[in-house]
Design a protein around this ligand. Structure first.
Ligand code: ZN
Length: 355
C-alpha cells in the first residue's frame, strides 16, 4: 500500500517528494504576514518522522546552517520515513538578532502554549499542533548564549532508552544527562513520550565550522541509527565517540575585572588548575580563577570584561575522565583535516598561523 501524504498547514506532501511549506504564524504590525518555513522530505517508504529544528533562540544560528547542509545531502533521495526541517523556529528573534521574542519572552519556556496565550504561547501552540504532535523523534539545535562558546555536546534525558540511543548515535564528544526545564520544547516533547535530544555547539550570532560540521554529521548519524538512511559501508567507528558527564559546574569570577583566559575549550583540567586571570586595568589587583574539580572545559566566556559572580567557564565532571579525554581526541582527529566543500572559513588569517 502506498504511503499516505504528510500533511502540514493544509499542504499535502506526497511520498517520494519534498516541499517547502510556509506555516503562517502571525502578522507583523506592518500588516506583513509572517511564516515559519518548513521543509518536508517525505520518503517513499514508511519509517520514523524526524523533526530537526534550529533557532528557537533567535540568535543561535549554527543550527540554521546545519539544517541547510543536511537538506543538501543527496542521500535524502533514499530516505525511509520523513524529515521535517524547521531551520528558524523563532523567526521574530532571528530577524531582530536576539534570543527572545518581541515581548522579551523566551520561546523555549512557552511550551505547551495555547491558542489564545502570549505571542510565545501562540507560536509554541502552533509548532506543537502543526508539527511536533505529528513526529516520532526530535533533534533541537542550539548554541551557547552571546559571548559563550559551547563545546559540541548533547543534552538529553537519558532514562528514555530511545533518547539515549539518539544521544549516543549523534557522536558529540560530551553527553550531559540534563534534567528537563519547564516550558521548554524538550520537556514538552518528553511529556508526549517523543524521544528528543538537544545539540549545543558554538556561540550565538557566530558560525563555527567544526561545530557546524559535527552537527551535520550528528544529524546524519542519528538518521542512520533510526534506519532512515542506509548504514555507511565499511567498519564501524573504531574508537570512542562520546562520554557522558557525571555532572557539570559553572566557575564564576570572584572579582570584577578584565579577564585573560588560560584554559581552552575541550581542555582537560585538574582540580585547582588555573583557568583564567582577572585583573583591574592597572594590574594592581589580580586573581586567578581556578577549577573546583577535575574535568573537561565545555564552555568558555569570550568576553574579557567580567563582573563579580559572572559565569566564566563550564567544566564537566566524569566518573572516567580518561574516557572523556579519548572522546575529545577522537573528536579533534575527526575534524582536524576534514574540510567541507562549502565550509565556513576562518576570516582571520592568523587562526592558521597559530596552528
Ligand atoms: Zn538555545
Amino acid at each position: 500500500m502506498a504511503r499516505a501524504p504528510f500533511e502540514i498547514a493544509g499542504v499535502q506532501v506526497k511520498p517520494g517528494t519534498r516541499e517547502t511549506v510556509e506555516v503562517p504564524v502571525a502578522k507583523l504590525y506592518t500588516h506583513t504576514p509572517l511564516h515559519i518555513p518548513v521543509e518536508v522530505v517525505h520518503g517513499r517508504r514508511d519509517g520514523p518522522v524526524l523533526m530537526v529544528c534550529g533557532a528557537i533562540h533567535g540568535d543561535e544560528i549554527n543550527g540554521v546552517e546545519i539544517i541547510r547542509r543536511v537538506l543538501k545531502n543527496s542521500a535524502l533521495r533514499h530516505l525511509r520515513g520523513t524529515l521535517v526541517a524547521v531551520p528558524i523556529v523563532n523567526i521574530f528573534g532571528f530577524v531582530q538578532r536576539t534570543r527572545y521574542l518581541p515581548d522579551r519572552r523566551d520561546l523555549n519556556r512557552c511550551f505547551p502554549g495555547s491558542e489564545s496565550g502570549s505571542l510565545g504561547g501562540r507560536i509554541a501552540y502552533l509548532l506543537r499542533t502543526q508539527i511536533m504532535e505529528n513526529v516520532s523523534h526530535i533533534i533541537d539545535l542550539h548554541t551557547g548564549a552571546i559571548h559563550r562558546f559551547n563545546l559540541p555536546q548533547i543534552r538529553a534525558e537519558l532514562k528514555n532508552p530511545e533518547t539515549a540511543r539518539m544521544a549516543e548515535a549523534f557522536g558529540a564528544p560530551i553527553i550531559i544527562n540534563a534534567g528537563l526545564r519547564e516550558g521548554s520544547l524538550r520537556a514538552y516533547a518528553d511529556s508526549l513520550d517523543i524521544p528528543v535530544i538537544t545539540f549545543e555547539g558554538g556561540e550565538a550570532l557566530r558560525f563555527d565550522e567544526v561545530v557546524i560540521a559535527s552537527g551535520v554529521k550528528g544529524v546524519m548519524r542519528v538518521m542512520r541509527e533510526l534506519e532512515m538512511m542506509p548504514a555507511k559501508k565499511g567498519p564501524k567507528a573504531p574508537r570512542k565517540r562520546s562520554e557522558t558527564a557525571a555532572n557539570s559546574v559553572w566557575v564564576r569570577a570572584d572579582i570584577d575585572g578584565i579577564m585573560r583566559p588560560v584554559a581552552h575549550l575541550g581542555q582537560r583540567v585538574r582540580k585547582g588548575q588555573k583557568l583564567a586571570m582577572v585583573a583591574d586595568p592597572f594590574g594592581e589587583t589580580e586573581e586567578a580563577i581556578t577549577s573546583p574539580c577535575s574535568g573537561i572545559v565545555i564552555c568558555v566566556n569570550n568576553l574579557p570584561l567580567v563582573n563579580e559572580g559572572e559565569a566564566i567557564y563550564h567544566v564537566a565532571r566524569f566518573d572516567e575522565l580518561g574516557e572523556a579525554e579519548k572522546a575529545m581526541d577522537y573528536f579533534r582527529s575527526t575534524y582536524e583535516n576534514e574540510v567541507a566543500d562549502d565550509a565556513v572559513v576562518p576570516v582571520h588569517p592568523w587562526d592558521e598561523m597559530q596552528k
